[in-house]
Design a protein around this ligand. Structure first.
Ligand code: ADP
Length: 798
């Protein structure tokens, strides 16, 4: 202002042809207004001699004009003038904003009080009386000029103070915004939300016309508007507005590359290109780099509707904000990556969960491609596995809207690239396949420019690769590559597991089949055995019944014959008849035994219970062997069993039991051997009492593997053909029914029988002991229970 005023003064001085004195002290300019030239001249000269700069006017109108242009420091105004008088001139001076502050001193010849008052009323500051006392005029002028100077100083200081206050206020707002921004950015992790909030905050706090954030995307070669905020009447440029990163004449690109701010004070004189054209009210634009240390990631663009709106302080403050914003953006970006990582981990975990379930493993590759699409967007994807020297496609997937009629149209890439990936074990990213030599391009299929290949490695073995394509050029980011690589690691394990799982499943299925087959075979054999057993039982039953009648007939006739003379008296004939009788008796015994077995098998053996003394029963049996004892020098003894209680049993059946056991002992003990029968009472606590009879011999013994089998019917150890035929002869043959009958009878009494023997040894004769347990009080198991037990066994085996 100061500078502008001095220029104007010089200009008006020249044009008005105003007198100027020889004195060079132009510290103050005085406008003297008087219609009397003599007065004017004298006063002017006087004051000039004191170094004042003097302007003169000879009428009120002229004074008003000159005061406006020249802005004198003080005016000496005559009251009585032709035209508008001094009072009116003063009133008009005071009415005009530009001249109102110039002090006016009246020069008046009238000494009346009313004039003085009038002069003060219209805005005069003082008056001097004509004829003028020059020294008084000088004194008053100096006083008022000093006063005015003081007033001016105070005003200037007040203005300065206000200005400082404004700056402080702005600083406070800047600080507030910074703090708020810092607070907000630490709490906002969503990148888009963060950038939107930042521009809104700066725009609303400072009232800028437009605030925008631009970020560089090197891979796409673009500088992109990510967020913008503006005054209400402004229609915002769309998000995603962009300029090529290599065109440095754009402000944002230049700032992004240089890392320096760029200021346009007046848009009409801008030397660089603006990225947004359609901001009609923008006058000054400040573009600041978003710096992260040495690197800058984009630009903060701030526009104002005022020319030269940005002070140095503003630039400093906004740059500080910009630095903060850059850090926040980087953090949010990290968070975004982290979030994607987490999503990746989640999707991997999900797929491995699915795989470990009852999932059909043949679907694993398809599943992998599906899950991958959630992490790395693609339009066509395939999994290729290495088989010997080539790769075959295991699975393919197309994004919706990109399906192709024939899958061969899906661009898989070139053999060379496959080789390179499997050899280097590193991913390959191609931004535009048309730039690749030998890339298979099909004229009838749409072209997919971007291609990404990632190796599938498990246990440091390259299984194959995943190939992804997208239609646009440079569609895959480095982030995509990292994600795909992480995913591939998991996918390879999943694929390998699926393979293993498949093998195990196949093996299991195979085993199961085998087991089922064997079970079926066993069941068949079992059924056959059952049938055979039945046939055998039927056969025994029929034979024994059918043999008994003719045997009885033979026996009867031979007895009659022995009584008839002369045959009965003939010694030779009697011997022959005796032979027939012995043979028939033996046969009878065998047939009876067969009948017993048949009864046992058909469960019609019913003991006729009565009280019996075992000692008597066994003694009687032993007595029948008196001859054999002697003949074969056997020591066959029975210890006293009379202390044992009488038991409830069928005497006829028990006779068969002990007969068979003792006969066996005799048969399998060489001549001169020892056979003893002992017994004891067993009274286990809380159970019914038993008697135990042991038949012990010093014979050839039985191998433990036969201990159970000897109780089966028709079972004999050793070779049947070698047996001698006599019933009580050493190793005399038998039909193998004795023990089967014995066990059948004992079980029918609710008892048990078993054998103890170390081994079969005809030289060292380890001997055998047969144990018989019989309840004192009979409670034979019912036929039904026995049958059920058999049924249970059959159903288990089936
Ligand atoms: P067998 O009519 O053959 O005697 P058993 O059912 O009575 O039929 O006996 C079955 C088999 O058990 C015999 O062939 C024999 O091998 C064996 N055995 C039975 N008792 C004895 C014993 N006391 N010592 C050795 N072996 C015996």
């Amino acid at each position: 202002m100061e500078h502008a005023r001095n220029e104007a003064a010089t200009a008006s001085e020249a044009s008005l042809g105003t007198e100027t004195g020889g004195d060079t002290n132009y510290s103050h300019t005085i406008l003297i207004v008087d219609d009397n030239p003599t007065n004017l001249g004298v006063l002017s000269n006087y004051l000039k001699s004191y170094g004042f700069r003097i302007l003169v006017a000879r009428s009120g109108e002229s004074a008003l004009q000159k005061a406006l242009y020249v802005q004198p420091d003080i005016i000496l105004l005559d009251v009585l003038m032709p035209g508008i008088d001094g009072f009116e001139t003063c009133r008009q001076l005071k009415a005009e904003r530009q001249t109102r502050d110039i002090p006016v001193i009246f020069m008046t010849a009238l000494a009346e009080a009313s004039d003085k008052v009038r002069g003060f009323q219209v805005g005069g500051i003082d008056y001097v009386i004509k004829p003028l006392q020059f020294d008084e005029v000088l004194a008053r002028l100096n006083t008022h000029l000093r006063l005015r100077k003081l007033t001016q100083d105070v005003t200037e200081q007040a203005e300065l103070f206000e200005k400082m206050n404004n700056t402080l206020l702005k600083r406070t707002i800047q600080l507030e915004t910074s703090t708020e921004l810092a607070r907000e950015v630490t709490s906002i992790l969503d990148l888009d939300e963060l950038m939107n909030r930042v521009v809104e905050l700066i725009q609303s706090k400072f009232g800028y016309y437009f605030v925008g954030i631009w970020l560089m995307e090197e891979e796409r070669g673009l500088m992109i508007l990510q967020a913008g905020a503006g005054t209400r009447e402004l229609s915002l440029p769309p998000r995603g507005t962009n300029v090529p990163i290599h065109q440095a004449d754009y402000t944002v690109v230049w700032v992004g590359h240089q890392g320096l701010y760029h200021l346009i004070e007046d848009i009409s004189t801008a030397t660089k290109q603006l990225p947004i054209q359609d901001l009609p009210a923008a006058r000054s634009i400040l573009t600041l780099p978003l710096r992260l240390g040495q690197e800058s990631i984009g630009a903060l663009e701030v526009m104002s509707q005022a020319i030269a709106a940005f002070s140095d302080d503003d630039i400093l403050a906004l740059q500080a904000l910009g630095d903060q914003i850059a850090i926040a953006i980087r953090n949010a970006e990290f968070y975004k990556v982290e979030q994607r990582r987490r999503r990746l981990a989640e999707s991997l975990e999900q797929s491995s969960r699915v795989l470990s379930g009852s999932f059909n493993t043949r679907q694993v590759p398809k599943r992998i491609l599906k899950e991958l699409a959630m992490v790395v967007p693609y339009e066509h994807g395939s999994i290729l596995l290495q088989r010997e020297n080539d790769l075959y496609s295991l699975a393919q997937r197309s994004a919706p809207g990109h399906e192709q009629a024939n899958s061969s149209g899906t661009p898989l890439g070139s053999e060379k690239i496959f080789q390179r990936i499997t050899e280097t074990r590193r991913p390959v990213l191609i931004n535009d396949v048309t730039g690749e030599k030998e890339w298979p391009l099909s004229s009838d299929q749409p072209l997919y420019h971007s291609w990404l290949g990632v190796p599938l490695i498990s246990h440091s073995k390259v299984l194959g690769m995943m190939a992804l394509t997208r239609r646009e050029c440079s569609a895959f980011t480095m982030d995509d590559v990292t994600m795909a690589l992480a995913f591939a690691g998991q996918a390879a394990i999943a694929l390998e597991n699926a393979n293993l799982y498949d093998e195990i499943t196949q093996l299991n299925e195979h085993l199961e089949q085998k087991v089922a087959q064997r079970t079926a075979e066993l069941n068949k054999a079992y059924k056959l055995l059952e049938q055979l057993d039945q046939t055998k039982s039927d056969f025994i039953n029929v034979i024994s019944h059918e043999l008994r009648t003719p045997l009885s007939v033979i026996k009867g006739y031979s007895q009659i014959l022995s009584l008839m003379s002369p045959i009965g008296q003939d010694e030779q004939a009697a011997e022959l008849l005796n032979g027939i009788n012995t043979g028939v008796n033996r046969l009878h015994q065998i047939v009876n035994a067969m009948l017993d077995v048949a009864r046992i098998d058909t469960e019609v053996l019913r003991p006729q219970l009565e009280k019996l003394e075992l000692h008597r029963l066994i003694a009687e049996i032993i007595d029948t062997f008196a001859e054999v004892k002697q003949e074969r020098h056997l020591n066959l003894e029975l210890t006293d069993l009379t202390p044992l209680p009488a038991i409830e049993a069928d005497p006829d059946l028990l006779k068969k039991v002990f007969y068979n056991l003792i006969v066996n002992a005799i048969k399998y003990t060489p001549d001169g051997g020892q056979i003893s029968v002992v017994g004891q009472l067993l009274e286990p606590a809380g159970e019914a009492p038993f008697v135990e009879i042991l038949v012990r011999d010093s014979g050839i013994g039985i191998d433990p593997e036969h201990h159970e089998q000897i109780f089966e019917k028709f079972y004999q150890t050793g070779q049947v053909a070698l047996h001698s035929s006599g019933e009580t002869k050493f190793k005399g043959g038998g039909p193998g029914l004795g023990l089967a009958v014995a066990r059948g009878i004992i079980v029918a009494h609710g008892g048990q029988v078993w054998v103890e023997s170390e081994k079969h040894d005809e030289k060292n004769l380890p001997g055998s002991t047969f144990h018989v347990l019989l309840p004192v009080y009979a409670s034979p198991p019912s036929a039904g229970e026995e049958r059920n037990r058999d049924l249970e066994i059959v159903s288990q085996t089936a």
